[in-house]
Design a protein around this ligand. Sequence first.
Ligand code: GLA
Length: 736
Amino acid sequence: MKPLHLRSAGTSLVISFDSGEAEVIHWGTDLGSTLPDLAILKAAIPPSSADATVPAGLLPQASSSWRGRPALRGHRIADGVPGYDFSVRLRVAEVASDGAGAVVIIQADADAGIRVSSALTLHDGGLLELCHTVTNTGTTPYQLDELATVLPVAPAAVELLDLTGRWCRERHPQRRPIQQGTWVRTGRHGRTGHDSSLLFAAGTAGFGNRHGKVWATHLAWSGNHEQFADSIGDGRTMIGGSELLGPAEVILQPGASYTTPALFAAYSGRGLDGISEAFYSWFRNRPHHVLPAAATGLPAGKPRPVVLNTWEAVYFDHNIDTLIELAESASDLGVERFVLDDGWFRGRRDDHAGLGDWYVDETLWPNGLTPLIDAVTSRGMEFGLWVEPEMVNLDSDIVRAHPDWIVGPSVQSYKDGGRLPIEWRNQQVIDLVNPDAWQYIFDRVDALLRENNISYLKWDQNRDQLEHGHAGRSSVHEQTLAAYRLFDELKKAHPGVEIESCSSGGARVDLGILERTDRIWASDCNDALERQTIQRWTGLVVPPELVGGHVGPTTSHTTARTHDLSFRAITALFGHFGMEWDVRGVQGAEREELKRFIALYKEHRGLIHSGRMVRSDVPGDSLMLHGVVAPSDASQATVSPGSTAALFALVRTRTAPSEQPGRISIPGLEPDREYRVEPIFPAPGDADYSHTFAQVKPPAWMADGAIAGGHILAEVGLPMPVLNPEHALLLKITAL
Ligand code: GLA
């Protein structure tokens, strides 16, 4: 059988079938239209090893002498005795290609009664999508313990980068050398998790934002999972991931199948920015993406509205008059979407009660939500509502009526002596695997959406669940699918309603949830300094139009740090911009500055939400420069003379050892084009203008702007001003 060669956007994937199984013999740089001699790409036989070349299979298996982590782990239960067919010998049975980047490869072991169908798509922007479906073709049940999706990385990859975090500090990077052994990042949270590695990347020594070769993967799953790099003694390394299944959670009856979460993978020969480009391109080409891909320069689709979320403004203190005043004040500022957060439903005066009782609280809202919704919509704003459909408080009517609808380890309900998991924020998870519980939740959210003029749901999920059980058996797999079904069915019933995925801030950020939602809440931390890191690394995979970023109160509620408005606003700008602040108290010059900034976001959101994300490799750890560059593809022709070609933020996070930063590279522009670079925010006269600069005389170019070619800006850079720590400067780049 001829090898399969998929090519897209600088990436090639070559699969050979010579060994009888599907083997990825190359994933990396584009090999051109004619494949080289395949012998170049194949492994040799090392001393003291199997007497045949060992393929790095698409499904690595012990029957081919692969000594690393196998893709498939499981066994057959025959006459009640487990352990049979523990090792399979998968052989290619069928290969079907659509000629446009999508391939299905079927491999089977008829003796073991196992068939695996692998669906691979190399998307236009170079992003590879891979998932496997295993089917039990035998006559007895097969217990599946793991089915992993993996890809080989080139020997040149010597470093690993993955992300970790906690509440209010999501997605921070960590690095280590690749050494023999397995580096595993495990998520047992019953949700994606604050510490989940959004990206798992291997690369050449010191790979950075815009240099080095990088092979990176993402596992699109919102339940328990593992991501790993498996480096074996013969020098080969696989990276990938799998769903972490609970004990006997998936037992395939004859004829039954299991499909893995999709693994998304990108290769870049020019650092992490190339990885982001592959992901952004994939997101933006989805037909249901919030901004249609055709809408590059100025989106033809709906621009991302300026949001006001009530959480840090009023918390649980829901008072209709206050909220209407807040809506009026928001509208005056230019807000376009008003989101009522937690506290509006029955019994919800604080976080001890009410979850599950999804009825508008009659004591707080005698006339329902309509008076507030009218106040919001009559001012031209959309109305959004917070919900947390997967959770219950024990102190709720729904739990009193159905004590058995709670996820947990016991067969019996807790009222009948069953054990409940430890509470977390006073709450438990509702058992969506129970069809009655699922239907109740669907019906309540559906009714809220039908009875009220709601355009947006902030869909929260505020706890880990380590003991996910339905009727006494492990159920996180089924629960995750049931939650997905809830999103899918509600979306189908209310196609116009946008949904935000929130999970104690950013604990459910993955491409599984993003397939059914329209933005993520990156973190409960609105402190701009923390957000710089959180958003930077979230933005590695998720484009800014899908990442909520809000201007919080002057003194952060989660860190007690105080920041100028300009730093908070410039930080929120590179996302889906909003506010989470009692803006009634923002008056005078500060209000005017905020208004100007909101207008600036509206002017530039088309660019920010369609352009390329560019992160300069600035030496040291005290300064960052990142920006969004307008697409330069001739067919998109958005950068006409005089139009904004890019916005960059220069961000000082801390003091630096040297007196001034010197020249900093502004990369990513067209090398042969002339540009004007000018500082635009904060502006002279703004209160925070004088706070921003630590020097009396900033570099001379700042007065009238610098004129330079894209090549010079990237290769030579511009001398940057000395900013005070925890301040930022917004630079606008105009094409000449
Ligand atoms: C979570 C969310 C917050 C807010 C609260 C409400 O913590 O992340 O943004 O909605 O719940 O209880």
